[in-house]
Every structure is written in structure tokens, then in C-alpha cells.
Design a protein around this ligand. Structure first.
Ligand SMILES: [Zn+2]
Length: 298
């Protein structure tokens, strides 16, 4: 089986993770812009981060046969530094329209403050103007209130629900998200909160339509193999393989391909790895022999 992990922060992961992910069948990832565990202090830190998401990280993933897309946005936590937030919103257009950017995200609420709402609204407006998909982060505390407000504000701005992905759902929010017509993504956390078992139960109860599984793996305790592991568990529990494909591959592809940034035919082909390639004169190798796959002639 092939898998799509549409929310993972590969910047924080190692090359061993890339190898394990490729071996487990993960063919594509989306890396949304996020905070780094501590606040950035200057606009330059954001600029360099966004540049790495559309540049080096995209290249790095390709060296392991994984197609890397990203979402660009000002995360909710750092929206609370309003002076810096204004500068970030000014530079966003420079990155949000680049190749491989499939959405604005992850944006939304963390503490559900007025400053977060202002940044969220401004970015929804940008997404609407540029006909982009939006990936919404939901708060870990007060999640239901945060998700309802995210949905209300997106609707008021006029973002079409088929272009809105609400992430980090759970059993208490899934009906609200699906009921409004948005896509409901679920993050599988290895030890707490939403685990693979609970995810399987959600799919059994609600079916596969507009439901998406992701890992949100980052610099914290998290598992970059959450998507294939959850697929395996769903199959073991007797869930229809077609439903498993929808929730771990096809739905993510369908919603984010609306960006026009995903070459679906290329993604369906066997990945061809060429580690002799360089990015700005740099390679992921440290003197090792590069792996260079032969391209299959048409
Ligand atoms: Zn995230």
C-alpha cells in the first residue's frame, strides 16, 4: 500500500525517519509551517524557515523517494506577538505562491485570543483571494470551542468548505467538522490522546468520507509511521481496504490536489531516487555512494 502523511514536520526528523517512512510505503508528505518549540524573535527567522520548507526540505525528502509539499502560514502561537506577526503576514505572499505549496497553514487558534483571530482571518482572506486550500490547527485545550470558532470564521470570510481542512479532531469534534462540509483530519499520537485504536473506531462509525489520518510528527514525542501503523490496525480490525485507502491516501490527495501543485501521475509512478543531485551545492550524503535509480524508459 502507499500512504500520504498530510501533516508532518520533517524539519525536526532525521534521515533514518525518511528511510523508515519510505520503506513503510509513505510516498508523499505535507509539511505545514509551525513553531519551533520556542518563539522566533525576528522576521528573518521566519523567512529562513519558509525558504527551507520550499527549498532544502523539499530536496531532502526527494533524496529518499518521498514527495514533499508544504503549507505556508503564521502559526497561531506566534500570532500573539503582534508586532512580529504583522511582519510575517507581509512576507507570506512571497512564499505562499511558490511551487509545492499546497495550502495556507497551519493556522487557527491556540489560546483562542483576539490576536490569533486577527492573524487567522487575514490568512483566510489571502487564501480566498488566491483560491487556496487552508489547513487549520485546532487547540489542544478547549478544542471544541476552537474548532467551532475556526469553522464560523472561515465561513464568514467565505472560504469554501471543500477547501478547508480542520486538523487534530477527536470524537467530540468530528460531527461538527463533517457536518459543516469541511475535511476532518486526525492526528495519531503514540501514547496519549488520539491513538490508532480510537482512529479505527471513528472510521468504523463515520465511514471514510472527508476523513484524513496524519501523524503531525515533530520535535516532540511523536511517530512518523503513525499513518501506515493506523492503516495496518484498521485492516486487522476488518475495515474495508477501500476505506483504509481513502483515509490514509486518497482523501488527502483529493483535497490538496485542488491546489494544482500535485502532479498525480508522477506521484503514482515508482519513485526514482537520484542522490547524485545537489541543492545549492549541498547533498544529503556524507561521502557515501549515491543511490542513482535507473529511470524506466517510456
Ligand atoms: Zn503541526
Amino acid at each position: 500500500m502507499r500512504f500520504f502523511d498530510p501533516h508532518i514536520h520533517m524539519t525536526s526528523r532525521t534521515t533514518a525517519d525518511f528511510e523508515a517512512m519510505a520503506a513503510a510505503g509513505i510516498r508523499a508528505v505535507i509539511e505545514p509551517a509551525f513553531w519551533l518549540g520556542q518563539p522566533r524573535t525576528t522576521i528573518g527567522a521566519f523567512v529562513d524557515y519558509f525558504a527551507s520548507l520550499v527549498g532544502w526540505e523539499r530536496f531532502r525528502a526527494s533524496q529518499f523517494g518521498i514527495q514533499h509539499y508544504c503549507a505556508i502560514g503564521l502559526n497561531s502561537k506566534e500570532a500573539n506577538n503582534e508586532a512580529l506577526a504583522r511582519e510575517v503576514l507581509e512576507v507570506l505572499p512571497r512564499f505562499a505562491l511558490k511551487e509545492g505549496v499546497v495550502a495556507i497553514g497551519e493556522i487557527g487558534y491556540d489560546e483562542i485570543t483576539d490576536a490569533e483571530e486577527r492573524a487567522y482571518e487575514a490568512q483566510l482572506q489571502f487564501a480566498l483571494e488566491h483560491d487556496m486550500v487552508v489547513m487549520v490547527h485546532s487547540p489542544h485545550r478547549d478544542k471544541k470551542r476552537g474548532i467551532l470558532r475556526s469553522l464560523d470564521v472561515a465561513r464568514n470570510v467565505g472560504v469554501p468548505m471543500e477547501k478547508l481542512v480542520i486538523d487534530h479532531n477527536n470524537e467530540e469534534t468530528v460531527e461538527d467538522t463533517l457536518g459543516r462540509g469541511a475535511w476532518a483530519a486526525f492526528t495519531i499520537y503514540p501514547h496519549t490522546k488520539m491513538g490508532s485504536e480510537r482512529m479505527a473506531q471513528v472510521v468504523e462509525k463515520y465511514g471514510p468520507e472527508r476523513i484524513i489520518v496524519d501523524s503531525s510528527a515533530d520535535w516532540g514525542v511523536s511517530d512518523p509511521l503513525s499513518v501506515p501503523k493506523t492503516a495496518k490496525l484498521m485492516l486487522e480490525r476488518g475495515i474495508d481496504p477501500e476505506w483504509v485507502t481513502l483515509t490514509t491516501w486518497q482523501n488527502a490527495l483529493d483535497v490538496y490536489a485542488q491546489s494544482g501543485q500535485i502532479d498525480v501521475d508522477a506521484l503514482l509512478a515508482e519513485p526514482v531516487i537520484d542522490q547524485s543531485r545537489l541543492f545549492n551545492d549541498n547533498s544529503v550524503l556524507r561521502g557515501q555512494e549515491p543511490r542513482v535509480d535507473e529511470t524506466v524508459p517510456n
